[in-house]
Design a binder for this molecule. Structure first.
Ligand code: NPW
Ligand code: K
Length: 506
């Protein structure tokens, strides 16, 4: 699914009105009805009052429609409308409709003191994607009153004060919502960790904007949904045999960190490749054989660390390197030699680099030029920082990471909530699955195993990265159905890969 800029959403909205021959304020009515559909259960269950803060643009208009519909359904509603000398057209239409339905509008200004009822839910419809610059400090008193109220707060489209496509500094006045109901498209800011505290969780509501017009709009930013990913996943063929599904190598581990290879190898097998070879230092031999009997185990000549990547590893279809590797001098030299060997091949295996392989590369940036193009690197934020340097904010991070990806022609999978995958052509794909319970030791090793397995199965690196990240998150979501998020472990993710595949391929 495309992620559009505020400007593109506005243009699509206008084209939809023309193509679908919509009457005035019809899209706003659609948005309001969808919001009402989502919220009536919440209000029905708690029987609490809705206090809706409306601004002077179309975001405020959405709040007015919602207020009318809640009122007509018998809920108690208070509407606060910010006084202004120029309301948007659809806002004015809905002020009138609201009054006609018998709801009184309370006019407020930025300095008004509001007395929210104890058990009401606050709905923030002050500003949406039309916020074209940061709110100045004259808005702070009003926003602070909202944020310091002891009420539940839901934002409509985007928390007011947050810019959709640019950085909002932490000291700017922004509503802190528990949940954001966003319309038509996910806005970029909703996906970035720096603004998570304002956005809460978000719910995307499809207001039926024109698909043909959408097709014409170019973007580099995408949000991977179930429908997108379903198209990539290949079902099992009747005449498949283990050779069809490819051979994945999982190489890494050091004394005390063999578990990382265990997890990645098990994840690779559960993701469906035909064969997994695990390459570990000698101390890992028994551990591997007893915990992953399905894998072939090959060992390094050294006991506690990897000192040399065996040349026969290069015959596999994919190699995932780095999990639990450590940064011993011997291992650094081994990685260097391995990359030089890869560089000599016309058709090298598909490569994934994780954990200490990335940290070693950060110590020797000149080795980056040895990586085959379109290798997949899976850093967490700290590893990314070592690789690409510091960034000023989350938008800057995306820009720097994109420039880095283009320079080295490598794919970056930046792990976190809404993991983002950055491609050398500048495309960004944000993931939509997963939950906070997955921030647990070994989850990254599982991801490496999954992507390594997909590469071995013949998926192109781009699809393997997008599908792998999605499956990993989906396995976490399946696990969370029966296991409390606090208790999810990396092994649980592996155990739920089967459910994730079933869900994806059904
Ligand atoms: N997606 C869809 O298809 C649909 C979307 N819909 C809804 O429309 C919303 C977008 O509406 P919108 O364009 O009217 O903008 P909105 O956010 O209400 O505010 C605009 C006002 O704020 C002003 N303003 C800007 N910055 C400011 C600042 N720093 N400080 C003070 N003022 C500032 C700006 O003035 P100006 O920039 O011209 O000075 C203007 O007056 C969208 O979020 C969604 O809720 C649905 O209704 C229909 C379908
Ligand atoms: K809002």
């Amino acid at each position: 699914m495309k992620i559009l800029s505020a400007q593109d959403i506005r243009s699509l909205e206008q084209q939809t009105e023309i193509k679908q021959q919509l009457s005035e304020a019809a899209l706003m009515e659609r948005a309001g009805r969808l919001l009402f559909g989502e919220l009536q259960n919440v209000f029905g269950e708690c029987r609490c009052k809705a206090e809706i803060l409306c601004g002077f643009g179309n975001n405020g208009g959405d709040g007015l429609v919602l207020g009318r519909l809640l009122h007509e359904a018998g809920h108690e509603v208070t509407i606060y409308l910010v006084e202004h000398d120029h309301y948007s057209n659809d806002n004015l239409i809905n002020q009138k409709r609201l009054r006609e339905s018998g709801v009184e509008i309370v006019n407020i200004n930025k300095d008004s003191i509001l007395a929210f009822s104890e058990k009401s839910i606050i709905l923030d419809a002050l500003f949406g994607y039309g916020l074209s610059r940061l709110l100045d400090e004259s808005w702070t008193p009003l926003i602070q009153q909202i944020n310091s109220a002891n009420n539940r707060i839901f934002a409509i489209d985007i928390p007011s004060g947050l810019l959709a496509d640019e950085h909002t500094p932490p000291d700017a006045p922004v509503v802190k919502a528990e949940r954001t109901y966003t319309l038509a498209f996910v806005k970029l800011a909703l996906l970035l960790p720096a603004y998570g505290a304002f956005v809460g969780d978000f719910v995307l509501l499809d207001i039926g904007l024109d698909q043909d017009a959408l097709h014409e709009i170019d973007t580099k930013n995408y949000y991977s949904t179930l429908d997108d990913v379903k198209k990539m996943a290949k079902p099992l063929g009747k005449f498949s045999h283990k050779g069809t599904f490819g051979h994945a190598v999982i190489a890494g581990g050091s004394y005390g960190s063999i578990g990382a290879v265990v997890l990645a190898s098990r994840a690779a097998l559960k993701t469906g490749c035909g064969l997994v070879s695990s390459y570990v230092p000698q101390c890992g031999y028994q551990i591997m054989q007893s915990t992953v009997p399905e894998a072939l185990v090959k060992t390094d000549s050294a006991d506690r660390v990897i000192s040399n990547f065996a040349p026969e590893l290069l015959q596999a279809r994919s190699i995932a390197v780095g999990m639990g590797l450590g940064r011993a001098q011997q291992s650094q030299e081994a990685l260097h030699q391995f990359l030089k060997d890869l560089d000599k091949l016309d058709h090298p295996p598909k490569l994934l680099l994780d954990a200490d392989a990335l940290n070693i590369l950060s110590l020797h940036k000149e080795w980056l030029n040895l990586l085959p193009s379109f290798s997949i690197l899976t850093p967490h934020p700290k590893e990314l920082q070592r690789l690409i340097g510091e960034w000023e904010n989350d938008f800057d991070k995306l820009q720097k990471a994109s420039a880095w990806s283009a320079k080295y022609q490598q794919i970056l999978v930046i792990k976190g909530a809404n993991t983002v995958i950055i491609f050398p052509d500048g495309q960004l794909h944000f993931n939509s699955t997963g939950n906070p319970g997955m921030a647990t030791a070994g989850a990254g090793d599982v991801l490496s195993g999954i992507i390594g397995s997909l590469l071995a199965q013949g998926y192109a690196p781009k699809d393997a990265a997008i599908l792998g990240v999605f499956l990993h998150g989906l396995a976490g979501d399946c696990a969370a159905k029966t296991i409390h998020q606090k208790s999810i472990t990396a092994s649980d993710l592996i155990e739920h890969l089967s459910d994730a595949w079933r869900y994806l391929l059904s």
